[in-house]
Design a binder for this molecule. Structure first.
Ligand SMILES: [Zn+2]
Length: 312
């Protein structure tokens, strides 16, 4: 059984304008590097389907889904762009990309739970972890990981799933969706203070939030994971693990000031694989979130995927 790699050409068409860090070239950098390193032979490449409204509404309010779909449909029809906040710009291709991004996470979940793949990585954009139940923000429209986690719980009937978020920014949207849902344990670290300036006070008892000071490097982050995440995960015994895989805590990434390197992403992924083997039959679905230095992003994704594919 191999590792599924989900993406879709529509995810590349979503474009927030020249100079925006969350750019189509991110996906090109990732796929180019997978080919250059020969890692592609270990992966089962799949085209993401579009998520359905019913799937998206497991994480977002019906009012929000109707409203944002209406806005995005109009931009598509008129061929124009519109800023939903200063950082989050929608255009003619945003709806298709956002539906594919969420659809990738859902399809990857189906694959892993059906035994068609042992793990999966979704190389998708727009990212999702800042999208709250009823608001698009921080480059995010639909919360891909929260939608997939709810799909595993509500459709496949799992009792407990974990969401791990190692993006440099706090996954406020995911926290907003799943705080108080005791079927989910969310473990995250994030640079603090940094956008979106939340997370220091968790919104629910099912959150393990670890704010981290700027300029913190790998060894301290690993220690934090060993003392804060791993014991909580072993107590919770998740039946499946979802990862909000942002790579902007890399020391070469300008959107944060943390000091992780590829070896740290490899180490984190190995620890999560260990947890998955102890409790979750090895089942992991990982979705791309941030990561804006193209070279560091590509190298870090490769380090992460190599472990998911059991090649490290
Ligand atoms: Zn981020």
């Amino acid at each position: 059984m191999s590792t599924a790699f989900y993406s879709h050409p529509d995810c590349r068409l979503h474009d927030m304008g020249a100079g925006h860090p969350e750019c189509p070239a991110r996906l090109d950098a990732i796929s180019d590097h997978l080919l250059a390193t020969g890692l592609d032979i270990a992966l089962d490449f799949k085209d993401a389907p579009q998520a359905t409204i019913e799937q998206i509404e497991r994480a977002h309010t019906a009012h929000y889904v109707t409203e944002i779909a209406d806005v995005l449909e109009r931009l598509k029809a008129e061929g124009v762009m519109r800023a939903l906040d200063p950082d989050t710009i929608a255009g003619p291709h945003t709806l298709a990309a956002a539906l594919r991004a969420a659809g990738a996470a859902v399809a990857a979940t189906d694959d892993v739970l059906a035994g068609r793949a042992k793990t999966a990585f979704c190389a998708v954009r727009p990212p999702g972890h800042h999208a709250t139940r009823d608001e698009a923000m921080g480059f995010c429209f639909f919360n891909n990981v929260a939608i997939a986690a709810r799909h595993a719980l509500d459709v496949h009937g799992l009792a407990r799933v974990a969401i791990i978020d190692f993006d440099v920014h706090h996954g406020n949207g995911t926290e907003d969706v799943i705080a108080g849902d005791e079927r989910v344990l969310m473990c995250s670290f994030f640079q603090h203070p940094l956008y979106p300036y939340s997370g220091a006070v968790p919104k629910g008892t099912n959150m393990v939030n670890v704010p981290i000071a700027p300029y913190t490097r790998g060894p301290a982050v690993r220690e934090t994971i060993e003392s804060m995440w791993l014991p909580a995960l072993d107590r919770f015994k998740p039946e499946m693990i979802f990862i909000s895989a942002g790579f902007d805590a890399h020391r070469e990434d300008d959107l944060g000031q943390m000091g992780l390197v590829e070896a740290d992403y490899e180490w984190i992924t190995k620890r999560l694989i260990d947890v998955a083997h102890r409790h979750a039959k090895g089942r992991i679905v990982s979705c791309l979130e941030g990561g804006y230095n193209l070279s560091a992003l590509a190298r870090s994704v490769a380090a992460h995927v190599r472990v998911l594919a059991d090649m490290a």
